[in-house]
Design a protein around this ligand. Structure first.
Ligand code: SF4
Ligand code: SF4
Length: 223
């Protein structure tokens, strides 16, 4: 709700599907949602929750996909690493941008704009922390310099490992939104971790297709 409130996003009509999962997915109005899974583990039912959003990749494939069609359509902020889209992003084909993301994050809003979590760039560039981090009453999220956050996450993971040997950080060397989970990531959500370098494959393919024909072999080989 804090995300919707800050970004002035409307609500999307949903229906009861017999699950706590509501809304069912990210959409043009929903930049972050809690994924819910109910699974049997060791003969007992267990609930898994995963707050899904853009990971703000260190090398974002979605940016390459957009920039291939619309210069200036995607920005990676130098100071913070936040990845966000501008109004020019709507010139890029949505499905290609969506497919380029290894976490299936970008969505298309009703006005045609491509959207996702912006890391609250308008807040953090003015000295505020992201709205979702600020509002969380349990302190489940932290925000700060990448090195400090990585150190905090690793420290917390080591503590959790005493009782949860599968505790792990997800793709921490590739992203800025770092998740700590205590069980197999796939139990939380199919896109909790990047699948088979899906985005990287698209990134290389996009680079190859955009390169002048005379340089294609070299570009593909060195990408
Ligand atoms: S950082 Fe901002 S835009 Fe991203 S999920 Fe949190 S509130 Fe939404
Ligand atoms: S998680 Fe997806 S949408 Fe976010 S920066 Fe990475 S590729 Fe782009």
């Amino acid at each position: 709700m804090a995300c919707k409130n800050w970004n002035q996003n409307g609500a999307s009509m949903t229906k009861n599907t017999g699950s706590h999962q509501n809304p069912p997915d990210l959409d043009g109005n929903t930049f972050k949602l809690v994924r819910f899974s109910e699974l049997e583990t060791d003969g007992k039912l267990a609930w898994y929750f995963f707050a899904d959003q853009c990971r703000h990749c260190l090398e974002p494939p979605c940016k390459d996909a957009i920039e291939g069609y619309a210069a200036g359509g995607a920005v990676q902020d130098e100071a913070t690493g936040a990845v966000y889209y501008t109004s020019k992003a709507k010139e890029a084909p949505f499905e290609e941008v969506k497919d380029s993301c290894p976490y299936d994050i970008p969505r298309k809003a009703a006005n045609g704009q491509l959207v996702k979590c912006t890391m609250c760039i308008d807040r953090i560039s003015n000295g505020l922390i992201p709205a979702c981090v600020k509002i969380c009453p349990t302190g489940a999220m932290n925000f700060g310099e990448r090195d400090a956050m990585l150190a905090l996450a690793k420290e917390r993971m080591e503590k959790l490992k005493t009782k949860n040997p599968k505790a792990q950080l997800l793709d921490a060397d590739q992203v800025r939104a770092i998740y700590l989970v205590v069980d197999d990531p796939k139990k939380y959500h199919k896109n909790a971790i990047a699948g088979l370098n899906h985005g990287i494959v698209h990134k290389l393919a996009a680079r190859f297709l955009r390169a002048p024909a005379s340089t294609r072999v070299q570009t593909a080989a060195s990408g």
